[in-house]
Design a binder for this molecule. Structure first.
Ligand code: GLN
Length: 189
């Protein structure tokens, strides 16, 4: 049994739950995570898209940030999409907002410019056989990757997905497409 925690403080966590249910081959359970107690019995964790400043404040207030840091340092696989990747980062360009500092990257928020709020483009991800449709919504890019971090996808010459062991970050939102290949890959990580 795979028990997938999805951080559900704010943002589009429901879409991740739908994607996980759609690939629930061998009995996958979903646990929405709002407090540290909700992490009990969870095998892997998704941090969805949303607003990173808001979620940072809420994570601090409920002690969830520290609890996530603990379980991820102990080896729990974690995947952050867009805001989730911003939350996982060690550094955010020009910004001191709360983040988990788990994944050794620097992110640039809203990196595609205020004029380009969202767009879609196919993205080849190294860990998947087929390209996925990348949905970018006020998306960040990764402007620095640490020594142990692999860039696993680029778009327009910019790094848009990374992996460091069992920690994964994507600038785009696979949960907003019908393609569950990224979710299936993460369930087996
Ligand atoms: N731009 C948002 C932020 O910085 C992230 C957007 C998203 O998650 N779709 O928090």
């Amino acid at each position: 049994m795979n028990r997938v925690g999805i951080v559900a403080l704010q943002g589009n966590f429901e879409k991740h739950a739908e994607a996980i249910r759609a690939c629930a081959h061998e009995g996958v359970e979903i646990q929405f995570v709002r407090t540290p107690q909700h992490l009990d019995g969870v095998d892997r964790l998704i941090i969805p898209g949303g607003e990173s400043t808001t979620v940072g404040i809420l994570m601090q207030r409920f002690g969830l940030g520290e609890a996530i840091q603990k379980v991820v340092r102990e080896g729990m696989p974690v995947w952050g999409t867009c805001m989730g990747m911003i939350m996982l980062a060690t550094d955010i360009e020009g910004n001191d907002q709360y983040r988990l500092r788990l994944l050794d990257i620097t992110v640039r928020r809203n990196a595609f410019g205020a004029q380009v709020h969202s767009f879609e483009a196919p993205v080849k991800v190294d860990v998947l056989t087929e390209p996925v449709m990348g949905v970018f919504i006020r998306a960040p890019i990764v402007s620095r990757v640490g020594d142990k971090v692999k860039s696993i996808a680029t778009f327009d010459g910019k790094c848009v997905a990374v992996q460091e062991g069992k920690m994964v970050g994507t600038s785009f939102h696979p949960e907003l497409t019908d393609d569950t290949s990224f979710h299936r890959w993460f369930l087996n990580l």
